[in-house]
Design a protein around this ligand. Structure first.
Ligand SMILES: C[S@@+](CC[C@H](N)C(=O)[O-])C[C@H]1O[C@@H](n2cnc3c(N)ncnc32)[C@H](O)[C@@H]1O
Length: 292
């Protein structure tokens, strides 16, 4: 068997070499990165053990033969098995915070990150946010980023998947947020009955079951519970919209990502005054409702 082709010995050229191979393979992006260059950099840094903060100096550093072999092996898995890079490296970034990820959780990529970075202004006064609920927390990314953005608040982070909650627990611990982020198994609101929140945030599953199989192969590595939500994709959203009012304090807000199901949501609930949010970094399909 021929030896695998290895990248150049210098980090910068090795990233360019890896990016060219990814580009030629015509992969699907959108699992935390949106282009081959960023994925190549993430894979090379991971293989070499360089930290995010080592850039740009690290671009000149030399790679050992063992590291170059690791890069070739990671690229082969990314290209042949179509595994999202974040699962190969075990980490990704969300709203400026590092999150551990593995196939028990969806790779964080919600545009809600942008709202968290601006503390949901102008839709709510950040100083009045003391209790937050994150429904379908997955890796815990939204709950953790909210806890950082609202240092006076406590966050209930719920998910129906015990496996996802294990990953979320590791992330909550890594961020030292055990006293402010509570994890709980819950089917939408079932685990938080009787509680009230100033903000409810959710990136629930919203893909119609029949559409999941048509997604690029990268998505097949993600948990089905994180993507599919009934025949019309709206099961989770339906459960949220059935009861949200009783869980919000006066003046509270509900923010939900529904992605490509936005038109179906408008059609199904024509009486609700959805505010559809816009994002500088792209993405959409996120609505906001206020108690008022
Ligand atoms: C699209 S993923 C979002 C994960 C994470 N919040 C993020 O933005 O990356 C949806 C999450 O909702 C969870 N989920 C699915 N159905 C649920 C339900 N009925 N109640 C609570 N969580 C649910 C899934 O297990 C999954 O972790």
């Amino acid at each position: 068997m021929a030896a695998p082709l290895l990248p150049p010995v210098e980090t910068g050229p090795a990233i360019a070499w890896a990016a060219a191979r990814l580009r030629r393979a015509a992969l699907s992006y959108g699992h935390g990165t949106d282009n081959p260059q960023d994925e190549a950099a993430a894979l090379v840094f991971h293989a070499a053990g360089w930290a995010h903060a080592d850039a740009p100096a690290a671009y000149q550093w030399l790679l050992s033969d063992a590291v170059r072999e690791r890069i070739a092996a990671l690229l082969a898995r990314r290209i042949k098995e179509r595994i999202p890079s974040a699962y190969l490296t075990g980490v990704t970034w969300f709203a400026g915070h590092e999150m551990k990820v593995d196939p028990r959780v969806l790779v964080p990529r919600s545009p809600i990150a942008e709202l968290i970075e601006t503390e949901f202004r102008p839709f709510i006064d950040p100083s009045r946010v003391h209790r937050i609920l994150d429904i379908g927390t997955g890796s815990g990314c939204i709950a953790i980023a909210c806890a950082h953005a609202f240092p006076q608040a406590v966050v209930d982070a719920v998910d129906i998947s015990p496996a996802a909650l294990e990953v979320a627990a590791a992330n909550v611990a890594a961020h030292g947020l055990e006293t402010r982020v509570s994890l709980q198994r819950s089917d939408v609101f079932s685990g938080v009955i009787g509680r009230q929140y100033d903000m409810i945030v959710s990136n629930p599953p919203y893909v119609p079951i029949a559409d999941v199989e048509a997604l690029p192969p990268e998505y097949a590595h993600e948990p089905a519970l994180g993507l599919a939500s009934g025949a019309d994709g709206l099961n989770a959203v339906r459960a949220i919209l059935a009861d949200w009012r009783q869980y919000l304090t006066p003046g509270g807000i509900l923010v939900v990502e529904v992605g490509d199901s936005a038109a179906a949501v408008e059609h199904t609930w024509p009486q609700l005054p959805f505010i559809w949010l816009e994002f500088e970094r792209g993405g959409g399909g996120v609505f906001l409702l206020t108690m008022e």
